[in-house]
Design a binder for this molecule. Structure first.
Ligand SMILES: Cc1ncc(COP(=O)(O)O)c(C=O)c1O
Length: 429
């Protein structure tokens, strides 16, 4: 009787492979405790809420040092959002009107919007089964106007960095790594973001570490760093002069652009979150390893997402790429009934701004002002056309991909249950 039941899908009335509801949660956000409360309270009590009032000892400066050490880079600036961090990174690298930037078809719209914000043209590149930018399509989309590429490490998983970096080197392209969803991911032992010419984190509520909203942009290039600083703060030469007197000198010419300054309260909180990052990632990685260890080595209906270096993955998600869309649909429904809620990454009709198809402002080439349009700027000599079906391979993969979320409140035992549920569904549907 028991074996008959375990051979019956929960959808068909069998027992669930995951009997109790799985714990919900996120990464370091789920570890918020009195330490964050105390750090923020201390800043408020101090009355010292402006980074430039005591620049060297400010929470912002201390976070920048700690985060740079963590990534293994020299210079970094905390800003208000991941989008701001990308904008700063692009300006820092000298990207602007007339330039094209390669952006993957599967990423939050902010990656492409940041390119438009600096006056450059995003060129949308297919993703492959790494769920990141496909190096072959990236190569095919390079034109004489391509200045940079913006590879994105989605949902904690590094993209095909080695091939993309090789292509960038061969073609003389700059690389801005979008690590907004993958803070702390490693690639062959090194933290992502340290491979490109610059990198960007988002510190928003859904990210690995958070202070509610925020961003961090970093680089090993001092000239790029200076440009990043000018981008984020038009008053910088004045504030810095206050701190360093007349001896303070910029190497480059300061320019004015945006006001992206972060604040002491956010920085105090994110410093505590950063100190918890390895604990958070240690837990999510342990859950993911437990799933992977127990998965059937020869599944019938799916392949796992390609990863160049699975050890560096943050462990926040698991992607099952089914052989066709119909199977993905049945697999997802059956797995959800077993207790692991999931669905296809692309669902027709849901305007998911993580998929290029729903970047309507980009596809329609809408800028904030008609005279500020990167696509019609006199410096731009290229021609890029967009349409909703321009990356059929990406859509096909996302239609077949089931995404499973993992979090710090799960244990290895939950991972084993998830694997058992996947194996059961794979065997029985
Ligand atoms: C891949 C990616 N890039 C950029 C961003 C933008 O970050 P933020 O929301 O902090 O502006 C996000 C965040 O949602 C993201 O997921």
């Amino acid at each position: 009787m028991a074996s008959t039941l375990t051979d019956t899908l929960a959808l068909d009335g069998g027992p669930r492979a995951i009997p109790e509801p799985l714990p919900g949660g996120a990464a370091a956000r789920s570890l918020i405790d009195e330490r964050e409360v105390e750090a923020v309270s201390a800043v408020i009590r101090s009355g010292q809420l402006f980074r430039f009032a005591d620049h060297d000892n400010s929470q912002c400066t201390q976070f920048e040092k700690e985060a740079c050490d963590y990534v293994g880079v020299k210079y970094g600036l905390i800003v208000n959002s991941g989008t701001d961090a990308l904008i700063c990174g692009l300006v820092g690298l000298g990207v602007g009107p007339g330039d094209e930037v390669l952006v993957p078809a599967y990423t939050y719209i902010a990656s492409a919007a940041a390119v438009v914000a600096v006056g450059a043209v995003p060129v949308i590149v297919e993703c492959d089964e790494s769920l990141g930018m496909d190096p072959a399509d990236a190569a095919a989309k390079i034109t004489p106007y391509t200045k940079a590429m913006l590879p994105v490490h989605m949902q904690g998983v590094p993209c095909r960095l080695a091939d993309l970096l090789g292509l960038a080197k061969e073609q003389g392209l700059l690389v801005l790594e979008d690590c907004c969803q993958s803070i702390g991911a490693r690639y062959h032992g090194r933290v992502t973001g340290s491979f490109g010419d610059a990198g960007a984190w988002s510190l928003n509520y859904y990210k690995v570490i958070t202070c509610g909203e925020g961003g961090f942009v970093f680089t090993n290039s001092y000239p790029a760093y200076e440009r990043i600083c000018f981008t984020g703060e038009p008053g910088l030469p004045m504030w810095m002069k206050d701190n360093y007197g007349d001896s303070f000198g910029w190497q480059g010419e300061p320019f004015s652009f945006l006001g992206l300054r972060s604040n002491e309260i956010s920085a105090a909180m994110i410093r505590v979150q950063l100190s918890k990052i390895e604990t958070a990632l240690g837990r999510t990685r342990a859950v993911k390893h437990a799933v992977l260890d127990d998965l059937d080595p020869a599944p019938r209906h799916y392949r796992l997402q390609h990863q160049d270096d699975p050890r560096g993955d943050c462990g926040l998600s698991l992607a099952l790429i089914c052989h066709n869309q119909e199977t993905a649909h049945r697999f997802g429904a059956a797995l959800s009934a077993e207790g692991m809620g999931t669905g296809a990454a692309h669902r027709e009709g849901f305007p998911d701004r993580h998929i290029y198809r729903y970047w309507d402002s980009i596809l329609n080439k809408r800028a904030y002002h008609p005279h500020a349009s990167p696509w019609t700027h006199p410096a731009y000599k290229g021609r890029v056309e967009y349409h909703q079906d321009m990356c059929p391979r990406t859509l096909d993969i996302l239609n077949r991909t089931l995404r499973l979320g993992l979090n710090v409140n799960m244990t290895a035992a939950h991972g084993q249950q998830i694997a058992a549920a996947i194996n059961k569904v794979d065997r029985l549907i």
